[in-house]
Write a protein that binds this ligand. Structure first.
Ligand SMILES: [Zn+2]
Length: 460
């Protein structure tokens, strides 16, 4: 999509500026209308190949990875996320990231509930340069004729998409989602608008930065190969490996700068970052080794609060400790495969068809109703919601705010079904003049609360 069109669409989402009297009139006669929207207008979905969270934290603590640290200082994050269950290699895990499906081979029970049809896992287990005839659809789990991806959902919704990878073998995704192999749709079968896969992160980064500056893709997947390359040659944790983390840190710094210096991207972009696997020695292929299956999962930007991801997801995800839960475990860890449906949720899009990881899009990066992202749901959030400053109002956001009013991270009531800890505030007596409005008579407390807060919102 052209930048001008993007700007136009973004501008349509801007709230109408209301005068003091306009607000009074509006809150007297207009009920809260369902509105559609999203938390972020742009998502950059990053994978750092072979990023071991322990080594990463060493570099962060040494002050050598300030841009990674920024995710921890400002975003929602964990160093204890998980890869796929059965595979800790590159292409199978990246396929999970974009399809929201486990890897598995067709006979494995780990990701297929007993008795269920084997239509969950993508089954793409190759990690080599694919033959030109291969796609994700004609390989792997052939019970699934077409394995939809984040690119399908975003592109079919009219969003611009890009994939920038620094390994040639990522061509499998272009072969799977190009005009010949992609699912037919009015917006085109070619789901990835811009694709690059040089075997060089520097070449890739240079292309990415210039393309993003020119086009502001709404969904961009970026893959940095450096830690994996260094680990295979010199070992995970070797000086060269540690330097590779700094290299990617610098790439991230360039991304942050680009986002914050671009008026269209600034304040409207979220970054989702994880890894395909860790590593130990000079390899990472043993799926039962914690050094291989433990990865970071960091989220930053529009719609993202600051805090521990497991704390934000009580009741929805369970910190696995040092364990390795399979896909049938009652408490699922946060996985790299969560990222695809999280990215789409941030963009206000529905889940990837056929996905099973985060398919209900319940991985939270902020408490529901916490529109100012301070981990407390209070009147300040209503003001933000009504003004539309940091979020674009969505159909149920108002009701979510009402339901969650009073909840806070400190109160330990962050789970999805928990009751709010106190009632929404009583209206101010001075606003009883508005009691003549029909809507107010129907729902007096709600309408008065809204109007009280709207007056705050316009600076009254
Ligand atoms: Zn590798």
């Amino acid at each position: 999509m052209l930048k001008a069109a993007l700007i136009s669409r973004v501008r349509q989402a801007q709230p109408v500026q209301l005068s003091y009297f306009g607000v009074i009139a509006l809150c007297a006669i207009i009920p809260v209308a369902p509105l559609s929207g999203r938390a972020a207008d742009f998502v950059i979905h990053v994978s750092v190949d072979g990023l071991h969270p322990g080594h990463l934290q060493t570099q962060i603590n040494a002050g050598l990875a300030p841009h990674f640290k920024r995710f921890q200082d400002e975003g929602a994050w964990t160093n204890n996320a998980r890869t796929d269950y059965s595979h800790t290699i590159t292409l199978p895990n990246h396929t999970s990231m974009i399809t929201g499906r486990p890897v598995c081979s067709p006979t494995e029970a780990a990701c297929n509930p007993v008795g269920a049809a084997h239509t969950f896992h993508h089954g793409y287990t190759s990690n080599s340069d694919p033959p030109v005839t291969w796609t994700l659809h004609n390989q792997g789990n052939l019970n699934i004729p077409y394995k939809a991806s984040t690119f399908d959902v975003a592109h079919d919704a009219g969003l611009s998409t890009a994939l920038y990878a620094s390994k040639n073998k990522f061509i499998i995704y272009e072969q799977s989602y190009n005009a010949a192999a992609g699912w037919p749709h009015a917006n085109g079968a070619d789901k990835i608008d811009t694709f690059a896969n040089p075997e060089s992160s520097l070449t890739m980064q240079t292309s990415l930065l210039s393309a993003l500056a020119a086009s502001d893709f709404e969904y961009t997947f970026v893959h940095y190969a450096d830690p994996d390359d260094a680990g295979h040659t010199y070992g995970w944790g070797s000086p060269t490996y540690m330097t590779s983390i700094v290299t990617v840190n610098n790439y991230l710094g360039q991304l942050f700068s680009l986002v914050e210096d671009d008026p269209e991207l600034a304040g409207r972009t979220a970054i989702v970052l994880s890894a395909d696997h860790g590593g130990t020695g000079t390899n990472h292929s043993t799926a039962t080794n914690a050094a291989n299956y433990t990865i970071p999962f960091f989220v930053w930007g529009a719609g993202v609060a600051h805090g521990d991801l497991y704390a934000l997801n009580q009741g929805a995800r369970l910190d696995p400790g040092t364990g390795r839960p399979d896909f049938n475990a009652a408490g699922q860890p946060i996985r790299n495969g969560d990222g695809g449906n999280l990215a789409l949720a941030l963009l206000g899009l529905s889940a990837i068809p056929g996905s099973s990881i985060n398919s209900s899009q319940n991985l939270r990066v902020a408490f529901s109703g916490d529109f100012n992202l301070d981990n407390v749901i209070d009147a300040a959030d209503y003001v933000i919601w009504r003004k539309g400053v940091s979020v674009t109002p969505t159909p149920d956001q108002y009701n979510i705010w009402r339901t969650n009013f009073g909840r806070s991270a400190g109160g330990g009531s962050g789970s999805a079904g928990a009751s709010p800890s106190r009632a929404a505030p009583e209206p101010a007596g001075g606003l009883m003049l508005l009691g003549l409005a029909p809507a107010l008579l129907l729902r007096p407390r709600r309408r008065l609360l809204e109007c009280t807060l709207e007056l705050q919102a316009v600076g009254a």
